[in-house]
Design a protein. Structure first.
Length: 309
């Protein structure tokens, strides 16, 4: 399905070096932000208390934050959860209080303002559990990355696998860099979004790689640069339709999904935008610079043996 067709190939590879320098710059900034600021890990990773409370009417988030500040809980995270009446409160671990004491103190302070506040659930996450989640999250990223390389190496050629994983890890580091730079909370939903971006980005790279392989069969006299430029140009319509519709859905979650899903949708938004960029200006130039040739993808035709008379 195509909404439009570009008649003349766009010379993407002519500007590949410029865009890769931009990619390197943004990558260095992201790594620097991660090294200096570090991620603002949620209580799932650092340990703490998660409380779900319900109000009889719409909850006043600002008033709840003020109430928590009055009892020296300035670092508490308060957000709507599911509806305007339900609130999720995340409290980091306090050495002077146990999780149970902390939750009792919070609910008492809230009920002093509104006696109708209902405590629905309390979850306690220990520091050891948080460390385990960090390790498992990092292991999940590693396993997914190795799987992507193996898949692309088998389906295409090892050069494509290396190019795709570098481009995809570029997207992941950029997302993490944004979260470190602006100190947005990095929670389990955000980790899920990062893993989703890995799969989403590799799908876009596979579409371009498939067209490159097809072009090697059809464009016998074309150079590798011309083959790659044509592949990207011919998939532009599909890219705009697919990513545009996906981005509209993610933006609806970002704008109307509430605070509980805000950073999840924000991570997906950043990942989708950079996924388009990396598949064109990172993965494809890397394939070119790694020296891919027609022979890497197409088996040489066997000459038929002449019959012996």
């Amino acid at each position: 399905m195509e909404f439009f067709r570009i008649r003349k190939d766009i010379p993407f590879m002519r500007y590949a070096l410029v865009f890769n320098l931009i990619s390197v710059a943004t990558f260095v900034i992201a790594v620097g932000a991660l090294a200096i600021n570090k991620l603002n890990l949620g209580v799932e990773f650092t340990g703490g208390t998660v409380m779900e409370v319900n109000y009889s009417g719409p909850a006043d988030i600002a008033q709840i934050r003020d109430t928590l500040e009055q009892i020296d809980l300035d670092d508490a995270v308060v957000q709507s959860f599911g509806s305007s009446q339900t609130v999720l409160i995340r409290l980091p671990t306090k050495e002077e209080f146990s999780g149970a004491q902390l939750s009792e103190t919070v609910i008492a302070a809230l009920r002093a303002k509104d006696p109708g506040v209902e405590l629905r659930r309390v979850d306690f996450v220990g520091a050891q559990v948080g460390e385990e989640l960090v390790e498992k999250g990092a292991m999940a990223l590693l396993v997914v990355s190795i799987g992507i390389v193996i898949y692309l190496a088998l389906r295409f050629e090892w050069k494509f696998g290396i190019a795709a994983i570098i481009a995809n890890l570029h997207d992941v580091i950029i997302i993490l860099g944004f979260f470190a730079l602006f100190q947005w909370e990095f929670s389990l939903p955000v980790l899920a979004a990062v893993l989703a971006v890995l799969g989403y980005s590799v799908n876009e790279s596979v579409v371009v790689f498939d067209r490159i392989r097809e072009n090697f069969r059809k464009m016998r006299k074309a150079t590798v640069r011309e083959v790659i430029n044509n592949a990207i140009t011919r998939t532009m319509s599909r890219t705009i339709i697919t990513h545009g519709s996906t981005q509209l859905m993610v933006l609806s979650i970002l704008l109307f999904g509430g605070e509980a899903l805000f950073y999840f949708a924000l991570a997906l938004t950043i990942g989708i935008l950079f996924g388009i960029y990396s598949s064109i200006f990172v993965a494809s130039p890397l394939v070119l610079w790694l020296g891919v040739t027609r022979e890497d993808l197409l088996r040489p035709e066997k000459k038929s043996e002449e019959a012996v008379v």
